[in-house]
Write a protein that binds this ligand. Sequence first.
Ligand SMILES: Nc1ncnc2c1ncn2[C@@H]1O[C@H](COP(=O)(O)OP(=O)(O)OP(=O)(O)O)[C@@H](O)[C@H]1O
Length: 597
Amino acid sequence: MKQTKRKSGLPRLIEIAGAKKWWLIGSMALAVLSAFALFTPYVAVYRILTELALHADAPAAINRDFIWRWGFISLGGVCAFGVLFYISNMLSHIAAFNILYELRVALAGKLARLPLGYFDKRASGDIKKVMSEDVERVELFVAHHIPDATTAVVFPLIILGFLFAVDWRPSLVILLVFLGAVLIQSSIYYGPRSKAVYENYLKSLGRMNASIVEYVRGIQVVKIFSRSVEPFERLQRAILSYRDYALNITRKFALTYTGFLTMLSSTILFLTPVIIFLLLKAPSYSAFMPTAILFLIFGGGMFFPLLKLMHIGGLLKQNSIGVGLIDDILHKQEMTEPEDPRQPAGASVEFRHVTFAYDEETVLKGISFLAEPGSITALVGPSGAGKTTVGLLAARFWDVNSGEILIGGVPIRQIRTEELMRLVAFVFQDNMLFFDTIEENIRMGNDTASREEVMEAARAAQCHEFIEQLEKGYDTLVGEGGTYLSGGEQQRLALARAILKDAPIVVLDEATAFADPENEGKILASFSRLIRGKTVLVIAHRLSTITGADRILVIDAGIIAEQGRHEELLSLEGLYAKMWRTYTQSRQWVLGSMTDR
Ligand SMILES: Nc1ncnc2c1ncn2[C@@H]1O[C@H](COP(=O)(O)OP(=O)(O)OP(=O)(O)O)[C@@H](O)[C@H]1O
């Protein structure tokens, strides 16, 4: 897909602000004006001092009206600053919340158009982070930091402009010292070696964070297998390496940063001799005095607002990374809805030369098969062969790279998503329960179902009994934060949901159906109730459960290596026969070793 160049940083924020961008620009303009207003008292003090110095020998000649006037101007300036700053902040907040709204609406709309397969556990975590944290950070930045940054840039410029207007000679000294400080500081950011040091530091930080997550996630396994030393040492190495890079960067940058700060703070050192020289040469000692005071006051600290700017610069970088992640989602390829949707005739599932890749690596290579309505097709094969992917593609979790998938003789791209979802029921590893009542969780399969129908589905899925034993029965809250249900109970609820949905096509991960040995009998019963008369694609792990399947597809490294019924495949003496032998031997081994005890 052709990529157009994306904007980033402030231009991108202005772009996102859309119609409200003028609020943001207005906020920045008012921040500039407020900086001018804030400077008025300083001008007033200078003017008043000049007037006082001019008549130092004859105080009676002092123009009191002039002093009052500048006094009032100064007061007006402070009041104007307050008002302008307030309005600027209001505007930036309105712009910020508008950006937030636009971003969240755009993201939510986009998510609705993304392929279903995109929403696996990892991506869902990323989306959650982007929609809450990254979008929120944009608000903070736009509402608070943009007006602050504007003032931090403009205020020193106003002072410098004023100083140049008063006397260019000491102003030039200030400017030169400032440029020297900037030169030292920019060597941190732009030196070729500095870039490498900084990149290494970031990489080691990333490695350490990954190691911490890995260590914490695996801590149960680590403890169970008494392997605490090795993973701990690995983590320790990552932490040590981060410490070394952090110290290295501190050593390198601390010196430059100190140089920068020292240079800024030393303005007064360079300024004082120049001021004394000018004072000695001035025609009137007292007339030059206010100028000397003005320079000595501002010379020392006028650039310190720029330190704030450096801090905001860091925040802008962080913010840009967040906006980049938001844009990554907004630029993802969407799932297109058919312009001229067609209605499938029947519930057959057909793959025609389907090739598919999640990323660069091709996972399925030219898969073709036809699952007749009411038949059971089992997908078997080694781990990672592509079985689950076949199941997901049947419901258009992703669009295929080439070839075609048809349901009821119609290519699935020509079936509306809503219709497709009505046709296919999934029972997979992650049987999502929502924080709601048991009744509503089952009803998700068919939102028009009556309570009686919900209970009937629950009976068929062998879960009515345990639900009735709960204090609040079907009104018990489950899901995250609700009543705890065992794995087997959750699976049976998911099966009840699928039974209630009564879709003509069922894609089922058999590992889910039998994961809980205690419930195996019950689950088996609900499983056979679910698939009665349906077109079934079952991803099989226990070969004994699919010996009666109408067709078994042996998938190996993305191709159909063998296909046929159980007996046919056994007689082929190929991969399936080998898998069958291993499977039956392992079962005997388990039984044998258990009876040995
Ligand atoms: N969302 C994804 N993004 C990228 N690659 C993926 C994704 N899901 C699966 N894969 C890769 O595609 C290949 C096939 O995976 P698939 O889950 O279809 O295999 P499987 O035969 O069902 O394996 P198993 O029996 O272990 O579940 C694997 O190499 C896997 O790593």
